[in-house]
Ligand binder design. Sequence first.
Ligand code: PEP
Ligand code: MG
Length: 916
Amino acid sequence: MVSSIYFFGAGRADGDATMKALLGGKGAGLAEMSRLGVPVPPGFTLTTEVCTAFYAGGGALPDGVEEELREAIGRVEKIVGGGFGSTTAPLLVSVRSGARASMPGMMDTILNLGLNDAIVAGLAERTGNERFALDAYRRFILTYAGVVLGVEREQFEEALVTARRKAATALKIDHSRLNNAELERKVPDSALDPEALRGLIARQKEIVLAATGKSFPDDPWAQLEGAIHAVFGSWNNQRAKVYRKMHGIPESWGTACTVQAMVFGNMGDDSGTGVAFTRDPSTGERRFFGEWLPNAQGEDVVAGVRTPHPLSKGGSDDERSLEVRMPQAFAQLMEVQARLEHHFRDMQDMEFTIQEGSLYLLQTRNGKRTGRAAVRIAVEMVKEKLITQNEAVLRVDPGSIDQLLHPSLDPSAPKEILARGLPASPGAATGEIVFTADEAERRAAQGKAVILVRAETSPEDIHGMKAARGILTARGGMTSHAAVVARGMGKSCVAGCSSVSVGRDIVTVSLYDDDGRPTGSKSLKAGDVITLDGGSGRVYLGAIPTVPAALSGEFGELMAWADGVRRMRVRANADTPHDARTARNFGAEGVGLCRTEHMFFDEKRIEAMREMILAGDKHARHRAVDKLLPYQRDDFTGVFREMAGLPVTIRLLDPPLHEFLPQEKAQLEQMAQVLGVSVAEIVRKNEELHEFNPMLGHRGCRLAVTYPEIYEMQVRAILEAACDVAAEGVDVHPEIMIPLTMTQRELTLMRELVDRIAEQVFSEKGRKVSFHFGTMIELPRAAIRAGEIAEHAEFFSFGTNDLTQTTLGISRDDAGKFLGAYVDLGIFPSDPFQSIDVDGVGALVELASERGRAKRPGIHLGVCGEHGGDPASVTFFEKVGLDYVSCSPFRVPIARLAAAQAALNAGTHGGPKATD
Ligand code: PEP
Ligand code: MG
C-alpha cells in the first residue's frame, strides 16, 4: 500500500522538495530542510491523497490511516523524548494545512494540541513555568473551539476582556474608562497570572459546553483526529475557495496536513518567533529581511496584532532587533537562510521559532513577491550565477509585471500627507474609504474605487481586499496577512499605520508636525477619498494625480532575455497615434489591430458619420463620407509614422451603424439642428436601423456589401496616408483587414473593392506602396471554410472575442451575469472571454490555421482578441504556431514574457523568429 504519512525529523525524511503535489508546499519544505540538517522539529505529513480520500469518503479518514498516525506519533515521541498524552513529559503538536501552492492564511492551523488539565499540570512542572502552561492551554482551547468545534469567537473575546478587567483590578489599574484596545495595552496577555488564566480556561470550557452541548475534549487522540478533520475540511471554506479562484488553483488538488512537535517561542525573554525573507519581497533588494516578536507564538506575527521588530540592525528600532537581543540565534538564522536560498535557488520565506535560545525552522517556501521584486530577484540571481537566463525568464509570472507598468503618484502634485505606515505592497491607489469587506465588495460592484480600511485584516476579508483598489491597516507588519495577500494580488497596501485608529464607521488620524510633535487629529468617514502609496507607505488626503510607469534597468534586461527566446511576435491593438507610441515604448512589433470605428466618435467626425447614415442615396452618402476622409487619412498618417518600419493592420469599419446615432432627446434635437433634418426623420432612421441582435446583425463586412462607400473611403484614406508617409521616407507596411468575414464570396467582393481603390490612389499619387490584404477569422463558418477564404487572404487574424461569442453562443456583453456561476461550478475552468476555451474555440483556431496553411503555405497568422494578452492563451497560441499575438499596449510586455515562457516550455525557442 502507498503510504498515507511521510515522516521527517532528526536529519532524515521520507519525502523531499520535489513532492509538493503530495505533501503540499509546507510538508515538502520541512522534509527537504530536515534532509539538509536544518533544525526542524520532527513531525509528519498526511498527504493530499488522504485529503482527496477524506472527501470521497464523505468526511472520514480512510482505513489504515489511524494506525499509521499512531506509529508516526511514536517516532516523534522517540526523537523529542516525550509522550503524546503523557503528564510527565508531554508532547504537544501543531496541526497545519499546506496545499501544493501556498495559500497564506486561507486554511486552518491548530497549535498546542495534546493538552488537558492533568497534562497542563505536568507541563507546568516540567517547564517550571505554570503561567506558560496555562496560557498554552487557553490559546489551544480558543483555536480548537473556533476551528474544529465551530464556536463563535465573540464570546471568547468577551471572556478575555473580563479576565483582563479582573487582572486590572488586582493590579490596581483604573480600567473603568478604558476601551478594549486600551485595556489590552495596559493588561497584555503576559499580565494575566495563573489564577486569571485558570478562571479564563474554566469560562472557555463553559462557553464550549453551552454552544456544543458537549464538554471540551480531554483525550489528546480525539483532539488530534478532530484537528485533522478540520484541516482537511478547511480546503473547502469560503475564503480558501475565493483565493483559489483568484489564483487559478484547481479545486481538485486538496491540502496536505502536517503534524509537528511544538516548539515554544513564548517561554520567556530568551524565546521568540518570526518570519524572515532571504531578500526584500517588496523591492527585491538582496538583504536579509524580516520581523520577530520576543516571547510570542508564531500566530502573533502572522495575525499582525502586535507590531513586530526588525531582525537586523540598521534602522530606528535597533535595540529591539533580534541581532541585538539574541546575537547567537541571529547568526545561526543568517547561516540557515543563506543555505536555504542557495539550495532552493530562489528567494525563501521562512518561519522560525526560538525556544530558550535554540533556533527551529518551521517552514520555508519560495517567497511571494511583488512583480518589481520578482524581476529584480530573477535578474540578480542570474548575475550571481545562481540561475540561468532562461530560468530567470520562467521565474517571473507575466501577470505580476502588470504592477510595474502602472502609474505612480505624480511627484510634483501637491499632496497632504495624512499618515505614514509600512510600504507593504507598491502602487498608487485612490478611492473612497470603506470599513468592511462586504461594503468594499458592494461599492466596487457599483463601479466605485474603494480603499478598505481595517484595524487589521483577517483572512475573512479576502473578498473585500479583492474588490478594493488598496488596503490600509492600522496594525500588523510587513508579513501580516494583509501585506502578504495584497502583494500576491498586486494591490497597493499600507500596513501598520499606527497613527490611525479605526472605529466602526470612522477613522481617526493623529496628526504630527515635521518634528513628530502631535498637532491634533482628523476624522474621516466612509466615502471620504484617500490615496495610498504602497511603495512609500504614505497615506494622502483626496485623490492625487499619477504619472506613467518608469521601467527599471532590470526590467529591460529581463525583457531582452525574453525577446531572445520567444518565437512569436508581439503586436499591439492601437487605434490612435498616441496608443501606437505607448505600444512601441512597451516593445510592440507593430499594430495587430487598429479599430477604425474609434476614430469616428470625435465630435466633428460623428456629425459626418451621422450624415452618411442618414443619407438618402449614394451621392449624399459619398458627400458625407468624403468629409470623413481627411480625418481618417490624418489618423493613419500618424499611426504609420509612429510604427515606421513595422506592420500596421487596419481593420475596416465593424460595428452596426445605429451605434453612431444618438438615443437621448436632447442629443436628437441637437443632431436634427446640425444636419438640418427633422427629429422625426432621425427617429425614423433609428427605428429602421434597430436590430434585435446587433452583434449578429448588419455589421462587419456586411455593411460594405450593402454600402461600399464607407470601405472605399477607408481604403483610400489608408493608401493615401501610406503614399504620403512613404514620400517622407517612412518605411510603411499597411495591412488592410476585413472584419466578420464568413464566406469566400464576401472576401472576393472586398478584394475587388480594395484593388479598385488601390489602383486609383496609386495612379493619382504616382507611386505604389505594397500592402497586404487579409481577414479576421471570428465566425465558426470562417474557421471551417478557412481553406477557400485563404485563397484571397494573405493573412488571418483570429478575432477570438467574437469567435468565442459565436462559438459558445454567449453574448460577450451579457455574459457577466452568469459566467461567474459557470466558473464556480467548473463548467468552464475560467472565463472563456479572458482565457481561451482551448477545447472549443481553440480547436477552431487550430483547424483554421491548418486549413489556411494547406491552401496558402506561409499564410501569416495572428490573434487580436483579448486573449492575445492572456498568458494562458498565449501558451496555446504558441502550440498552434501562430506568428504573432496582439494585445492592448499595457499588456505588450506581459505578452512578450508569456510568449518567451511558452516557447521555452514548448521547446520552440532558440530557432528563427516568426516573420513579422
Ligand atoms: C474580436 O472579435 O476578437 C476582435 C478583436 O474584434 P472586436 O473585439 O472589435 O469585435
Ligand atoms: Mg470582432
